[in-house]
Design a protein around this ligand. Sequence first.
Ligand SMILES: [Mg+2]
Length: 127
Amino acid sequence: MDSETLQEAYVPGVETLNSKHFFDRLAEEIHPTNVEKGFWGPPELMDKYVAKLCLIHSEVSEVMEALRKSQGTDKVTEEFADILIRLFDLYGELVEVGEADPGLYGIMYDKMEANASRPPKHGNRWG
Ligand SMILES: [Mg+2]
């Protein structure tokens, strides 16, 4: 469907699909409500942790892109290294501030043993 057809199919009486004004009005309605509900206070430390988690996720996406674009085995491995660096950095910080327990290796080993006795796909449809 081209953009003209999309505009014609859009709700009559409302600005066109490409209208910035319509989306600005939505933002003006939604954002103050979320401010009032406390979603936008001063930055908290947890916001920084969430940003770090997003950066780990971005490295995961970089592995996917390296595979998708056939960027080579060295690039794929490099992106895995980036994941682990960011992961252990965040884990170290969370242990330091008491948000995570030390002993990650033991917990991971226990989980690996438990996973070995689980059914195929751990009983799920896919994954
Ligand atoms: Mg990377």
